[in-house]
Ligand binder design. Structure first.
Ligand code: UD1
Length: 370
């Protein structure tokens, strides 16, 4: 029986690596890795395969960037050919990027079963492209593999059959736990002249934050305030880099004391940085989860999160995009406030193995333990 994994964008790679590894170790299923090419820069893609110890993709589609319609359609056209020739028994998709939905749409119409890893997350914000991708992918997937119980509840509320849903834990955390020691042995902090717990890390790339000039300017001013209190390392996503240039904000950011704009970083280097930070300032989904496991304070500069467990149990604070409010929240943390967190159940480094067993069970190769 053959599983086809679809990856496309940066946040997919750390989710697929542990599943791929577990399937390969158990050696009961055939598998191939298909990269749509949604992300194509070395720093947005290649470095993650090396850092995560994942083999190079078996099939690379090279669809690249474009409008949502263009990108989704291109992935669909290419994947239809791949599915027709590869004849997979199961298509495995992860997360909520355009490549995820495109792959699921092609598979469902070709009658190929779909497993969605990270099912059930909801921001309840239909203006967020990822929310559309999540809702629609879940609706047509046969196996809904969830990271936490809130996701199960969302799926049940939407009327999806409980038999399709399995709580497996957070697969991205498998990658984090496997890489943490290696990351800590790197000389990243030394090379950048930083002290452990003496700096903040920022990432921004969400369309609603960087495409809107007013929101982006506000966020960058709040960031400037944080940078006045401690060094801030800001690896800039290509989308954000483009917007900063278009708005002519580059020069003033380069001059902001304490703020260091750098290129996107590899998985291990970035983990070295986040795991020893004083504060993380982000609009990423994955980082909310990673900081929860690492016990690092996280300010999520968005109005909502599809990962409420990181707020309920973890170190995450969702502070919105109002610069005044963000400054206050950052000051509070830098003045010593500590939100005590704990790691959610099943975020234990063994999710990839649970998923591999479920795939075997689904494909008729034995019963997986619940
Ligand atoms: C995509 C995902 C988002 C995820 C993010 C992580 C969707 C709808 N969005 O957003 O959920 O959090 O990836 O990074 O799927 N670009 C490059 N080089 C690359 C990739 C992109 O320069 O390798 C630039 C291009 O100008 C492109 C822009 O970034 O137009 C946006 O890329 P795209 O894949 O459309 O979306 P992301 O913003 O990366």
């Amino acid at each position: 029986k053959k599983v086809l994994h679809i990856v496309g964008a940066r946040p997919n790679f750390m989710k697929v690596a542990p599943i791929h590894r577990a399937i390969s170790e158990r050696d009961a299923l055939e598998q191939k890795l298909v990269h749509t090419g949604q992300h194509y820069d070395v720093k947005m893609s290649d470095v993650f395969f090396t850092d995560l110890g994942m083999p190079a993709p078996d099939i690379y589609l090279g669809v690249g960037s474009g409008s949502h319609a263009e990108q989704t359609a291109k992935v669909m056209l290419e994947l239809e050919k791949v599915f027709a020739s590869e004849k997979p028994d199961l298509v495995s998709v992860v997360g909520d990027v355009n490549s995820t939905l495109a792959a699921a749409l092609v598979a469902v119409k070709m009658g190929i079963p779909i497993a969605h890893v990270e099912a059930g997350l909801r921001s309840f914000d239909p203006a967020m492209p990822e929310e559309i991708n999540r809702v629609l992918t879940d609706r047509i997937s046969n196996l809904l593999l969830t990271p936490s119980a809130d996701a199960d509840a969302n799926l049940i509320r939407e009327g999806l059959e409980p038999e399709r849903i399995r709580l497996v834990g957070n697969v991205m955390i498998d990658s984090l736990l496997a890489a943490r020691e290696k990351a800590l042995r790197l000389s990243t902090l030394e090379d950048m002249g930083l002290n452990a717990r003496g700096y903040a890390v920022c990432t921004l790339h969400r369309a609603s934050n960087v495409d809107d000039a007013q929101v982006l300017t506000g966020l960058l001013s709040a960031l400037g305030h944080v940078a006045s209190r401690l060094p801030v390392v800001f690896p800039v996503h290509p989308r954000t880099r483009k917007r900063i240039a278009e708005l002519g904000l580059g020069a003033s950011l380069e001059r902001t004391p304490g703020l260091r704009l750098v290129d996107p970083m590899g998985y291990l280097e970035f983990l070295a940085l986040t795991s020893q930070a004083r504060l993380v300032f982000t609009d990423s989904g994955g980082l909310q989860e990673e900081t929860t496991v690492l016990g690092i304070p996280c300010l999520t500069v968005r109005e909502n999160t599809e990962r409420p467990i990181t707020v309920d149990l973890g170190t995450n604070l969702v502070v919105g995009t109002d610069p005044v409010r963000i400054r206050q929240a950052a000051d509070r943390i830098l003045d010593g406030y500590e939100k005590k967190g704990r790691v959610p159940d099943l975020w234990d480094g063994r999710t990839g193995e649970r998923i591999a067993r479920l795939y075997e069970e689904f494909l008729g190769l034995g019963k997986a333990p619940r």
